[in-house]
Design a protein around this ligand. Structure first.
Ligand code: SF4
Length: 414
């Protein structure tokens, strides 16, 4: 099949060059890289067992992906046993339709940060169905108002300095908001607090799911996921099938490695949810719908992950914990932020883009932007061999795209 790359490259290159000259990006990323490196070094020193634990998690992930179908069936059965409802969505359309079927229309929805949500364009879809959807992660909230997209998987608004946040908030809240971070945080806290308690549905992603118990583990710092998943009467989890591991203990090990390489000794909150709220306080009769949600749904989303798992050169990319560590090491990311990405960012993002969010055409410019320097792999707790995957994707692009040398895009030859 011949792939038309030229138009993808033209827009992308223009955008990338512009980003590299953006002073906001430059300042924000320089600060973030410096802060990440010193904090992660200090954190790993304080918890020296972490690299050994990461090696164990690599084994867990390898085993989990090799047995993903069985674990998926087990996880779904566990969720149902806990009185939740489990769904499997093979692609984006199915995932969105199932979510819309649960949520309906005319509802207020509060949503936690989720890369899968970005991949599926979940908020936009639900808004299109007549719902009011609020991002509750502070960075995502800023981007929602700015009509922008995440520039980092953990710090989505990494490129927006406080002065710009003040401008955005002043316009939205229709009053003067000073460029003071504490005041900016305070005004959003006040605004969203009311939304949590009036929302019909709370949506979250998940960092890991334990198949044996159906326990969904969600790591966060702001406390927004705790509120979004606890206050509304319905909690909907949308999670990629690659996040399932066999046991609760293995889930906790995976979670610890994730937050440690995301530079946290311990995160503000670790939410573990396995079903709707319940009580047995009156006559020991289990009754569902106590203080937390009365309904609990989990949608396990494939959307290209099985194909990636079945391709031996790329299975390892599914071990990604989304700790974000590699991005701070990437020399291209350091000057362009998330502009080196589509939905998923930097080198690992190029691989994910090829399989789950845009295909080879969207991935091609990213694949040729990657320097294959291997610095991401050095940092990566899962030791994902991104440079080798990038080389393989280049092979596939060239074989798919080129009938002759003249068909190769300019950027590819330089
Ligand atoms: S590729 Fe590795 S370092 Fe990068 S986000 Fe995934 S697990 Fe973290």
């Amino acid at each position: 099949m011949k792939i038309d790359l030229q138009s993808e490259f033209n827009d992308y290159t223009k955008n990338l060059n512009k980003a590299s000259k953006d002073q906001n990006i430059n300042t924000a990323i320089t600060r973030a890289v410096k802060a990440y490196r010193s904090t992660v070094a200090e954190t790993l020193e304080r918890f020296p067992h972490t690299p050994e634990l990461a090696a164990e998690v690599r084994e867990i992930k390898t085993h989990s992906m090799a047995n993903n179908s069985e674990l998926l069936a087990q996880a779904m059965a566990s969720v149902e046993r806990n009185k939740g409802k489990a769904f499997y969505a093979k692609d984006q359309q199915q995932a969105l339709e199932i979510a819309a079927g649960i949520i309906g229309t005319g509802k207020t929805v509060v949503k936690g940060k989720s890369m899968l949500g970005e991949e599926l364009h979940l908020r936009e879809y639900l808004e299109g169905k007549g719902n009011e959807v609020w991002e509750t992660d502070l960075g995502e909230f800023i981007l929602q108002l700015k009509h922008d997209r995440p520039m980092h998987i953990l710090s989505p608004a990494i490129h927006v300095p406080r002065e710009q946040v003040a401008e955005i908030f002043s316009k939205f809240f229709n009053k003067e908001v000073p460029p003071d971070i504490a005041e900016e945080v305070g005004i959003v806290r006040e605004f969203l607090r009311e939304k949590y308690f009036s929302a019909h549905v709370g949506i979250s992603g998940a960092n890991v799911v334990a198949a044996d118990t159906g326990a969904v583990v969600i790591i966060e710092n702001e406390g927004n996921v705790r509120l979004a998943s606890g206050a509304p009467p319905v909690h909907l989890v949308m999670v990629g099938v690659e996040k399932i591991v066999p046991t609760f203990q293995e889930a906790m090990k995976t979670a610890e490695v994730t937050w440690r390489y995301a530079q946290y000794g311990v995160p503000g909150y670790v939410n573990i949810v396995s079903g709707p709220s319940k009580t047995g306080d009156i006559e020991k009769v289990t009754t569902y719908g106590a203080h937390g949600p009365r309904e609990f749904y989990v949608i396990f989303v494939d959307n290209g992950r099985s194909e990636m798992a079945g391709d031996e050169k790329f299975t390892q990319a599914l071990h990604c914990l989304r700790c974000g560590g590699c991005m701070y090491e990437c020399p291209v990311f350091q000057v362009t932020a998330g502009h080196f990405g589509h939905t998923y960012l930097s080198g690992i993002g190029a691989v994910w883009t090829a399989f789950v969010s845009g295909g080879l055409e969207k991935a091609a410019p990213l694949v040729y932007t990657c320097l294959r320097c291997g610095r991401c792999m050095e940092r990566c707790p899962m030791q994902i061999n991104v440079p080798a995957m990038i080389a393989e994707l280049r092979n596939r692009i060239v074989n798919g795209a080129a009938t002759g040398e003249e068909d190769l895009p300019q950027v590819a030859r330089s």
